[in-house]
Design a protein around this ligand. Structure first.
Ligand SMILES: Cc1cc2nc3c(=O)[nH]c(=O)nc-3n(C[C@H](O)[C@H](O)[C@H](O)COP(=O)(O)O)c2cc1C
Length: 172
């Protein structure tokens, strides 16, 4: 069955090594557009973004995470925030943010780019807001690191479906 959406979901991997060549702004824009087309409760669209491409600013993120090696190689960083003033429900707004971020990862993959969702860097939220001059009403949800992937066989694994289905009343 030819199904580009499922193909993208199954073939996307976290990419942490990138080639030394820039990512065109038009591609970054597509990634952001994919993010904002995620579903959100009441369609409140609580996501906000920063786009960081200058090597000087990217390098300022290096000491903020133990994944400095990833940051060092990145051509684009996209810090993703939730706007606390746009929120209406803690759980549902955070779910919407996850949908937004996954849309962005899939969009990057579909464009031939590589990306990884960085969460460990959340410990440096206040430093990141300070670096970018962003107000405390915006809470950091993730930093996406993006670039052209190096040639590398990237593998991942998942638990078998049977281990994660709690109830079923049909054969799958
Ligand atoms: C909430 C969250 C936080 C993550 N934080 C990091 C991180 O800080 N550094 C990193 O290298 N990968 C991070 N990842 C990527 C995961 O390690 C990765 O998605 C997982 O190992 C599965 O691999 P795959 O994405 O290639 O399928 C994070 C993913 C999620 C969803």
């Amino acid at each position: 069955m030819d199904n580009p959406v499922l193909d993208a979901i199954f073939s996307r991997r976290s990419v942490r090594e990138y080639e030394d060549r820039p990512v065109e702004p038009a591609l970054v824009k597509k990634i952001l557009e994919a993010g904002i087309w995620a579903p959100s409760g009441l369609n409140n669209q609580p996501w906000r973004f920063a786009v960081v491409t200058s090597p000087e600013m990217i390098s300022k993120f290096e000491p903020l995470t133990r994944y400095s090696r990833v940051i060092k190689a990145a051509k684009v960083l996209i810090p993703v925030f939730v706007d606390s003033e746009a929120m209406y429900h803690q759980v549902k707004d955070h779910q919407a943010m996850g949908a937004c971020i996954e849309n962005m990862l899939l969009a990057a993959h579909s464009l031939g780019l590589g990306a990884v969702w960085l969460g460990e860097i959340l410990k440096s939220e206040s430093e990141i807001r300070f670096l970018l001059g962003i107000d405390a009403q915006y809470h950091l949800m993730a930093v996406l690191s993006v670039g052209w992937p190096t040639q590398k066989n990237r593998r991942s694994n998942r638990k078998p479906l049977d281990d994660v289905i709690l109830y079923r009343d049909c054969e799958l």
